[in-house]
Design a protein around this ligand. Sequence first.
Ligand code: ZN
Length: 70
Amino acid sequence: MTALPKKKHTRARRGNKRSHKGKSAINGFFCPECSEPRLPHTVCKNCGEYNGRNYHTKSDKPVEEETAQS
Ligand SMILES: [Zn+2]
C-alpha cells in the first residue's frame, strides 16, 4: 500500500501551494531587423535574421542591403 492523504486539503492550502507556480517573463531581447521579441542565440522566427545574415533566404547579406541593390 502506498501512502495516502488522511484528509482533504482546504482551498486555502491548495492556493498557498500554487502561489509559487506563477509564470515569469521570458528572458529575451528584440530582433534588430524586425524588432520582434526573440530568444538570444536563435534565428528570428519572424524574419530569419541572425548575426547579420538571413537564414530564411540563405543570403550572406542583410535584408536591407539586398533591397537597396535591386
Ligand atoms: Zn526578426
